[in-house]
Design a protein around this ligand. Structure first.
Ligand SMILES: Cc1cc2nc3c(=O)[nH]c(=O)nc-3n(C[C@H](O)[C@H](O)[C@H](O)COP(=O)(O)OP(=O)(O)OC[C@H]3O[C@@H](n4cnc5c(N)ncnc54)[C@H](O)[C@@H]3O)c2cc1C
Length: 383
């Protein structure tokens, strides 16, 4: 039985507690789904989550606008990740892929949001390029004025939902200034002429992922999100909301690993007694429980701070993501150890957690980059 005591923490309102309980019950009934064909599984998960109303927190309700509630997003990701990593992915991308529209979109652009919240359209966020992943400001993709619109040329890679998305939020260089200040954001429908999937990318925990080619893709001026030159600020604002939720997903994976380990340690006998009686096993369990609680405190501190109206939570979100993802890796590794041979058996839950957690320490800012962010913020606040 997963530990639910954290829901009593003062970071939450009763509506969060009720949301987490209802979602957990829904997950227990409907997840995991079969992952054999990841594209089909993702499409079906988006539809299922949308029909059941779980995608509503991922984007603003244009009929009744209110800021995105980061605590709800984190609770959703933690809960979904605990049950099925692909369900968490499907949920997360509806948020990350629409974040720029929720925060900066025109009413016309925000028309997509009703569809993504119902699970009737799939969103994607296209920032990374072959030469610029961590070094976002160095991107090559260009958007050149052409009559009453822009022509986009270049490549995006590592794009989650690449190949199954209905639209992409694409960042490109419009050249108002060198570096970060010369980027803009565009809403590009997946069926735009000249936009193709150049490569499908296979990773250790399969999900839809692609490299996209833009061969002079024309978009009207109305596809521009915000103002020319706002692209970097838009991307960072979106990541500021969603970065803590990556920590929440890691927390969900870690909690599942701990739950599986406690079950294993109490049920399996070694040397004539339950494994849980061995003090070295207790040491592992203690370390895992400590990491899970510490990660939860950092994740929900960041989410609560944002929800209380902080303009930016760069430091809090970086700490939450760095700690929760790095420690989840350690928790899951300990779970594999405690499961012995079963821990590396293909198809076992802890084996899949071991594969699922790794990419979270790389995307939306690698762990090393989060350290740089935390150090800069800490040094700046001391001067
Ligand atoms: C599964 C998966 C899904 C993804 N989904 C998306 C998506 O939907 N949209 C999107 O736009 N991108 C996506 N990405 C891309 C992801 O954001 C990049 O992979 C990430 O930013 C790292 O960029 P890179 O791969 O080019 O590595 P590089 O930028 O080459 O970095 C490699 C390593 O160098 C180190 N490093 C980098 N910068 C610093 C620094 N300043 N100081 C110290 N060390 C540093 C880190 O260890 C880093 O891991 C995804 C990636 C993966 C793996």
């Amino acid at each position: 039985m997963p530990d639910r005591s954290f829901l009593a923490w003062p970071f939450f309102d009763d509506r969060h507690r009720e949301f987490a309980d209802r979602l957990d019950a829904w997950c227990a009934k409907n997840l995991p789904v079969a992952h054999g064909d990841v594209d089909a599984a993702c499409r079906s998960l988006v539809k299922m989550l949308g029909e059941a109303g779980w995608l509503k927190p991922t984007a603003v309700d244009t009929a009744n606008p209110a800021p995105l509630d980061v605590r709800t997003l984190c609770l959703a990701r933690e809960t979904l990740a605990r049950h099925d990593g692909l369900a968490d992915f499907a949920f997360a991308m509806q948020g990350l892929g629409t974040g720029a529209l929720s925060l900066f979109g025109t009413p016309e652009q925000q028309h997509w949001l009703a569809k993504t919240r119902r699970g009737e359209a799939i969103a994607a966020f296209a920032l990374s390029e072959p030469r610029s992943g961590s070094d976002v400001a160095n991107m090559d993709m260009s958007a050149i004025r052409d009559g009453d619109g822009y022509r986009l040329s270049g490549e995006k890679t590592w794009i989650s939902n690449g190949g199954i998305a209905d639209f992409y939020i694409v960042f490109a260089r419009t050249g108002e200034a060198p570096g970060a200040k010369g980027l803009s954001a565009f809403l590009v429908p997946a069926d735009a002429t000249g936009l193709t999937v150049a490569e499908r990318i296979e990773v250790i925990a399969p999900h839809p992922l692609a490299r996209l080619a833009f061969d002079g893709v024309f978009v009207p001026a109305s596809a521009l999100i915000g103002k020319p030159g706002d692209g970097f600020r838009i991307a960072m604002s979106v990541l500021d909301v969603f970065r803590s939720t990556v920590g929440a997903a890691a927390l969900g994976f870690a909690r599942r690993a701990l739950d599986e380990s406690v079950k294993r340690a109490t049920e399996r006998k070694l040397f004539g007694a339950p494994m849980a009686e061995l003090q070295m096993v207790q040491g592992h369990i203690a370390d895992m429980a400590l990491d899970v609680d510490a990660a939860a405190l950092l994740v929900y501190r960041a989410a609560w701070t944002k929800d209380m109206g902080a303009a930016r939570v760069t430091r809090e979100a970086a700490m939450a993501k760095l700690f929760a993802t790095d420690r989840a890796q350690a928790v899951i590794d300990a779970a594999v150890q405690l499961h012995g041979g079963d821990g590396v058996r293909h198809g076992h839950i802890v084996e899949s957690l071991y594969r699922e957690i790794r990419a979270l320490r790389i995307y939306e800012g690698a762990s090393d980059v989060q350290k740089v962010v935390i150090a800069r913020q800490t040094l700046a606040s001391s001067t």
